[in-house]
Design a protein around this ligand. Sequence first.
Ligand SMILES: [Zn+2]
Length: 70
Amino acid sequence: MNGGEKGQDQLKWQCERCRCDLVTGPVTVTYMGNRFTTDLPHCPSCGMVLISEEIALGKMAQVEQMLEDK
Ligand SMILES: [Zn+2]
């Protein structure tokens, strides 16, 4: 493993299919049977959404709270 990276270049993700830069914006995803819209990096060309483990854990925690608050 190559540790030491601090993950500051999150905004340089690229779509593996199109080779275009991902943009961060509202996308609709489905989680635990609930559809919701949240800001995630996605490909403006093919619509591929990147959900890293880190993002997933943070966002999903937020979403679960949102759902519980309803
Ligand atoms: Zn793409």
